[in-house]
Write a protein that binds this ligand. Structure first.
Ligand SMILES: C[S@@+](CC[C@H](N)C(=O)[O-])C[C@H]1O[C@@H](n2cnc3c(N)ncnc32)[C@H](O)[C@@H]1O
Length: 565
């Protein structure tokens, strides 16, 4: 246990023999290989606090911004541990891509743990960071679809630890790659020994069997090597090798060039095509014997015939993925004094490049360390570029007012259009932003607390169903709708059931209906006359059951006796 951020020294002298034996047994059980850190001495303050309260979300309606008829995007202000807990109820296995850019734990005031910056001298420095990350990654993994992808940036301070941690959380087999991102465009001469010009992006998936990546768009630099010196009507081409290594019996035969020169494959190599195919290539004017027609032949590879993209490389150069300064400049277009607001934004091009790898253009993208909101910006910009329908969910705490003064205003400007600090008019990007804050309800499962939880869970349920437009508000019930014509009903207390059913009959639409129940069970007989129209789910038990899984202390024993099939 930590006091004022410093671990308490354990007074083993005062322990009884039984206590000591218990402790030894516990220590013996610890794993012998892999990542070990001191979890017991690096607990977060809220781990005790939350025993009395459970997280929920509250929408700040005054901060909704954008076009209501477009895609809903979500920004959540609060600690990501609480947000991820709520998302475990609302978005379990619904997220396609998680991208995070956590504090790198440099020891230079970038990582706050238990309300204090963790400095270089702190002996529990790595343990604190690992405790912080492991709790969040475990919650985050539950949110990924089976083919979901997880990206996290990191630098040398915690790369090794994070790789092992992710191997543990996602499984070593689900590791995709470590991408090297060139974060600077020229080496830093003032560096002591080596100019470290890169950071890493670790990529994992929930299940490697289900994941494939897109090809990336070809760059102008790549295409520049394609020329057309013989004015071939098929357009520009680049020449490639006609011979392959290794000696092969049938790999030697004579090719005659346009000027009568005879060529055979060199010793130890072979022609890469059979004699028959080579003849066809020659007839089709696909062999190149140099400008004078006398050089050793090569094959013409036409730009129009090469793959429509390039395999993603594990090296992201700044020309394609942006660099750190670019991230800062981007932020400056929104806020003149951006250096004082936030100093380590990523460039949108980096995140766009990562999102381009993912096949699904309708992806739900989560960033729970959102900082200045670059991920949201990148999602909106990429949707505009490739006509995608991606939706983002961002979460950040409000450290240094990053959420209220940077992330939210930035996204508001991106969505609404704005005049940059250089007086350039920037067109709006399509989207509707909803702003939520984490809040809490009492956790003890008394009837009164359960009723309170249901009342306060409205926004969570709207988020779960992406149904935000309230169409009917009656006595103890509400009905919401979304742009896709889906409905959500919430019944807050028993006497809301009858008036709700009257409205359901009038609407004559299928409605996902969350019904207050003191148990784990909704009495379906109460809805027998509208059973074709309602899909019933008991609350708060459905929420409490999820919280019971993630917070060991949540008491739901009263509920667990009556589990509805
Ligand atoms: C390195 S920054 C991310 C920067 C972001 N990629 C960008 O481009 O602006 C990490 C962010 O995580 C936020 N953060 C740190 N701990 C957090 C926590 N427990 N819950 C929510 N956000 C947190 C910090 O406020 C910080 O803004």
């Amino acid at each position: 246990m930590a006091i004022n951020g410093k671990p308490r020294k354990i007074d083993y002298e005062s322990w009884s023999k039984t206590e000591l034996v218990k402790e030894i047994r516990k220590l013996e059980k610890r794993k012998k290989y892999g990542l070990i850190w001191d979890e017991d001495r690096t607990k977060e303050f809220f781990e005790e606090e939350v025993q009395k309260k459970l997280p929920i979300l509250k929408e700040i309606l005054s901060k909704r911004t954008g076009n209501k008829n477009t895609q809903d995007h979500i920004l959540i202000e609060g600690d990501n541990y609480h947000t991820l807990s709520v998302l475990n109820y609302t978005h379990s296995r619904k997220i396609d891509v998680i991208y995070i850019d956590p504090p790198y734990n440099t020891g230079n005031n970038d990582f706050i743990y238990n309300d204090r910056f963790v400095d270089k001298e702190d002996v529990y420095r790595h343990s604190k960071w690992l405790s912080f990350m492991s709790k969040r990654l475990k919650l985050a993994k539950n949110l990924l679809k089976k083919d979901g992808i997880f990206f996290t940036t990191i630098d040398d301070n915690e790369y090794a630890q994070l790789k092992l941690l992710c191997d543990e959380v996602f499984g070593e087999i689900n590791y995709i790659a470590t991408i090297i991102w060139q974060k600077v465009y020229s080496p830093k001469n003032q560096s002591k020994r080596i100019s470290v010009d890169h950071e890493y992006v670790l990529a994992y998936t929930k299940n490697i069997d289900f994941v494939d990546f897109n090809l990336l768009p070809r760059t102008e630099k790549m295409n520049k090597y394609y020329k057309n010196p013989d004015n071939d009507p098929r357009g520009p081409w680049a020449s490639g090798d006609l011979v392959a290594s290794e000696e092969r019996k049938k790999g030697h035969y004579i090719i005659t060039g346009p000027k009568g020169d005879k060529f055979d494959s060199p010793d130890g190599k072979h022609w890469a095509y059979s004699e028959e195919n080579m003849k066809n290539l020659l007839l089709d004017n696909r062999l190149w014997f140099g400008k004078n027609g006398t050089a050793f032949p090569r094959i013409k590879q036409f730009l129009s015939e090469v793959q429509q993209g390039k395999k993603p490389s594990s090296i992201f150069l700044h020309e394609e993925a942006g660099h750190s300064d670019e991230g800062k400049k981007e932020l400056k277009t929104f806020f003149e004094q951006s250096e004082n607001l936030f100093s380590t934004p990523k460039p949108t091009r980096l995140i766009k490049q990562l999102l381009r790898l993912c096949m699904n253009k309708d992806a739900v993208v989560l960033d729970f360390m959102a900082g200045s909101g670059t991920t949201g910006h990148a999602v909106l910009a990429l949707n505009q570029e490739d006509k995608g329908n991606r939706r983002f969910i961002l979460c950040t705490n409000n450290e240094g007012n990053i959420c209220t003064d940077v992330c939210y205003p930035r996204l508001k400007k991106v969505i609404g259009g704005y005049v940059s600090s250089k007086k350039i008019k920037i067109e709006p990007l399509d989207g509707n932003l909803r702003y939520f804050k984490t809040d809490f309800v009492k956790s003890e499962p008394t009837d009164q607390n359960k009723k309170n939880m249901v009342e306060k869970s409205t926004e969570m349920l709207c988020l779960k169903e992406y149904c935000f437009e309230k169409v009917i508000e009656g006595k103890q019930f509400k009905i919401f709708k979304n742009n896709n014509g889906q409905y959500l009903g919430i019944i807050y207390y028993f006497d809301g059931i009858e008036p709700f059913k009257q409205e359901v009959r009038k609407l004559n639409q299928k409605i996902n209906t969350y019904v207050f129940s003191l148990s784990n069970y909704v009495d379906e007989d109460d809805f027998s006359d509208v059973d074709q129209l309602v899909n019933l789910k008991p609350i708060p038990s459905a929420i409490l059951n999820v919280y019971q899984r993630i917070f060991a202390y949540v008491q739901t024993e009263k509920l667990s006796r009556k589990i509805h099939p």
